[in-house]
Write a protein that binds this ligand. Structure first.
Ligand SMILES: *[C@@H]1O[C@H](CO)[C@@H](O)[C@H](O)[C@H]1NC(C)=O
Ligand SMILES: *[C@@H]1O[C@H](CO)[C@@H](O)[C@H](O)[C@H]1NC(C)=O
Ligand SMILES: *[C@@H]1O[C@H](CO)[C@@H](O)[C@H](O)[C@H]1NC(C)=O
Ligand SMILES: *[C@@H]1O[C@H](CO)[C@@H](O)[C@H](O)[C@H]1NC(C)=O
Length: 187
């Protein structure tokens, strides 16, 4: 090997070593304070229905169906946006501990399946912060498994399982229902 090439090789090797040392020292494992390992709440939904004009008393609103030429019995592509009270218990008049903001979108033409994504903003109680939850929710499933993908405050770094159950539904307009969420959390 020529002398010039050899010293270039040594310089590259040296630079690589420095780069790797710097990269390694940037890689630190930070320990999170642990939030609750389990957390349960209830979300109370009331659909806006122009037929009963509950303009002062609704928590969710459906968007228009997509303008398509084919039959769309399951309302594929429809999105509903919600801002639901979160309560500590299943009853509608149970103490409110936060608000759930998000939407569900009908994303299957085969079964009634909703892509459900929301933030649970918990402002009352022992633990406060935001929990980010998402997943596919199939109406036919007794327990709908969703995931916790993150959080803030006491839920910082949270991830885990959100088991969702339809506690009660009243289809009399305006339609109302209660969902329970049991969370198993890891930090
Ligand atoms: C977690 O579960 C334990 C026992 O299973 C219960 O005592 C506790 O209240 C639960 N905590 C929360 C935040 O739900
Ligand atoms: C509408 O609001 C009243 C009082 O705020 C409440 O008692 C009632 O349950 C609400 N109705 C619905 C459909 O949520
Ligand atoms: C729906 O689509 C048809 C065909 O493209 C169009 O003529 C019509 O204006 C659309 N309607 C709405 C409400 O956008
Ligand atoms: C959470 O709720 C509190 C109380 O209503 C509010 O001040 C805060 O802005 C909310 N956070 C978000 C991200 O919506």
């Amino acid at each position: 090997m020529a002398k010039g090439r050899c010293s270039a090789f040594v310089i590259v090797l040296f630079a690589t070593c420095i780069f790797m040392t710097v990269a390694a020292s940037n890689c630190v494992c930070r320990q999170l304070a642990c939030g609750p390992s389990n957390f349960t709440f209830y979300m109370q939904n009331t659909v806006y229905n122009p037929a009963v004009d509950n303009a002062n008393n609704f928590t969710s609103v459906y968007g228009l169906p997509p303008n398509v030429t084919w039959p769309n019995p399951l309302s594929f592509g429809v999105t509903a946006t919600f801002e639901d009270p979160i309560t500590i218990g299943a009853a509608r008049d149970s103490q409110q501990i936060g608000v759930g903001n998000g939407f569900w979108q009908i994303d299957s033409r085969q079964t009634y399946t909703l892509f459900h994504v929301f933030t649970a903003n918990i402002t009352e109680g022992e633990y406060k912060g935001i929990i980010n939850i998402m997943g596919q929710l199939r109406e036919s499933d007794a327990v709908r498994y969703m995931t916790v993908v993150g959080g803030t405050g006491d839920f910082l770094g949270a991830r885990g399982l959100a088991s969702c159950v339809l506690v009660v539904i009243d289809r009399t307009p305006p339609a109302k229902w209660t969902l329970s969420f049991e969370l198993d959390l890891y930090y």
